[in-house]
Design a protein around this ligand. Sequence first.
Ligand code: GGG
Length: 358
Amino acid sequence: MRRYRIAAIPGDGIGTEVVPAGLRVLEALARRAGDFEVSATTLPWGSDHYRRTGKMMPDDGLDRIRDVDAILFGAVGDPGVPDDVTLWGLRLKICQGFDQYANVRPTRILPGLVSPLAGIGPDDLDWVIVRENSEGEYSGVGGRTHRGQPGEVGTEVAMFTRHGVARIMRFAFELARSRPRKQLTIVTKSNAQRHGMVLWDEVAAEVAASYPDVTSDRMLVDAMTVRMVRDPKSIDVVVATNLHADILSDLAAALAGSIGIAPTANLDPDRRYPSMFEPIHGAAFDIAGKGIANPLGTFWSMVMMLDHLGEPTAAERLMQAIEAVTRAGDTLPVDVGGSATTEQVTDAVINAIRGSNA
Ligand code: GGG
């Protein structure tokens, strides 16, 4: 029997609703498979922890989860705590502390769901956005001086390293190579940002030379938003900086039907540390506590987690169960036009897992 230790960190807002739903689904998958077990430990880290202790997670938090097989994460964000405190105190602490440098964000229009783009269906939009997840605009370099004075200054330095750019480019080219179309778009802004982004372009071109079988093109981030809306079929894999990819992947999720569906894997491809899987949506405190959060983004993230753990059958079974529920259309969450609660959607996915022949 294979055994996996999972650290579950629901975090804030609807994270506390979708992560428990995810653990129910994980348990159902393990029972259905019969040849692996999951032992999940839920850690109450987040904004309530911050209010109690002044920290989003304990000082030894990373050490406590260093040896798990994977992390299932919910969301951070709270109306009563500054956003930079919640993000840097928990999510980024884990991503950067465990050098999860590749953030992978697949986007597809699931069967039964509708894109806001006229005439665009499931066959027309199948992308993977690779977000550089360790540096760039999120390097944390900068500062504030002369606080409260008329001459107050704030700087935010986007830091790009040859090492950091080369490894994310290699990851993105390998991913593109593994897909049928073998196509990669490198997003940049090197017309305006003439130092770090020019290094980004140069290293991308060097790495591209090792992948003659992958067709690559380069696109300014502003033009990329237009292409995503006007010509979605032309896109396969996209690689972009930490900030650019964060924005592009929200747009991608909206074009595929809802941000509630979209998954993420924060990977340490070198497997020195545990990787972390989470829906791309945030805490959504406008709907928190109402029981209507869409759990499908969490479930799809768990598909990525199961693939990472080396359980492709369970991963495929879960993806098929998610698609069976969206295709049937009678138990859809509110954000994609249905009226089902988080619990009802979760029950429907579990029923599909139990009944699956996959
Ligand atoms: N589950 C993703 C999440 O909680 N995101 C919160 C957030 O503010 N993210 C900003 C970012 O990652 O750049």
